[in-house]
Design a binder for this molecule. Structure first.
Ligand SMILES: [Zn+2]
Length: 279
């Protein structure tokens, strides 16, 4: 384990927020970023990811089914703004999203650290997914029209450095789409109700972005036209997940729609998009 400062603002001061087993999430006193501290070393994480994704075909298919509407909505959203071209998906997993984009006529590339995910995507759809962390990639400046990361930001040790690199490899007017869990508001409620849970999924999730901290990070990385959307809750089967789903799942979407986007309830997964605007 290693002790760190806030990876968004560099401040060392933070308040202890929630604990799962021996792992602790803290909130930065300066910028409000929620992150795991101390956290596993890069070496420990690399080892853990060797067996992170399930290998059974039934589990993989079930996962693909569960994520299908999320990926479809993501694809629709992208195509509202960006003409078909090159797209990079970081944390591509088994490749379900890239397979969808490839079928829609995009030229796709993936990056993924789980060998299981890479093998599946290559075997099933012949997807070009690189088995390496994003830090080891060397893409050209302005190479992609779109970069996506579904449930990847919370796994990155330096999310701000990642956003800056995405900004570099996007072409002018290019778009980043990020999908991430926003778990802290649910954790606050479940802890009041004294319902035990592991919703932070520690030690794997190194941080818990809110739309506000995500906006701050994207702005720091040079992005503009930042927009956040509420998404479906992906119904985990345990009690904590059910309570969270009922409290925040459908209701959040209904209220968001009724208020014409003005009221964004906390506690569900969020999708944030932003653009690279030439200065
Ligand atoms: Zn901070």
């Amino acid at each position: 384990m290693e002790w760190i400062s806030c990876s968004l603002c560099g401040d060392y001061e933070a308040k202890r927020l929630h604990q799962e087993d021996n792992y602790v999430m803290v909130r930065c006193s300066s910028c409000g970023f929620v992150y795991q501290n101390p956290r596993p070393s890069p070496q420990e994480l690399r080892e853990a990811y060797q067996t992170y994704l399930p290998e059974g075909n039934i589990e993989i298919e079930a996962w693909g089914k569960m994520m299908e509407p999320v990926f479809r909505k993501g694809a629709d959203l992208i195509e509202q703004y960006i003409p078909r071209g090159r797209i990079l998906d970081v944390g591509a997993g088994y490749g379900f999203f890239l397979a969808l984009m490839q079928a829609r006529g995009w030229k796709v590339t993936g990056v993924e650290v789980s060998p299981t995910g890479v093998r599946y995507g290559r075997d099933r759809w012949e997807l070009p997914i690189l088995l390496q962390p994003w830090e080891n990639t060397s893409f050209q400046e302005g190479e992609f029209g779109v970069v996506t990361a579904f449930y990847a930001m919370e796994h990155l040790s330096d999310p701000l450095a990642f956003l800056k690199e995405v900004h570099r490899i996007l072409r002018p007017e290019g778009m980043i789409l990020l999908r991430y869990p926003h778990t802290t508001p649910i954790k606050d409620i479940l802890s009041l109700l004294r319902i035990k849970n592991h919703l932070y999924h520690l030690p794997f999730h190194l941080s818990d972005f809110s739309p506000q901290t995500m906006q701050r990070a994207l702005t720091k990385a040079g992005f503009q036209a930042i927009k956040t959307f509420v998404g479906n809750f992906t119904n985990p089967p345990d009690l904590a997940g059910k309570v969270a789903g009922i409290l925040f799942g459908n209701m959040a979407e209904v209220i968001h729609r009724l208020s014409r986007g003005k009221i964004l309830l906390p506690g569900v997964s969020k999708t944030t998009i932003a653009r690279k605007v030439e200065s």
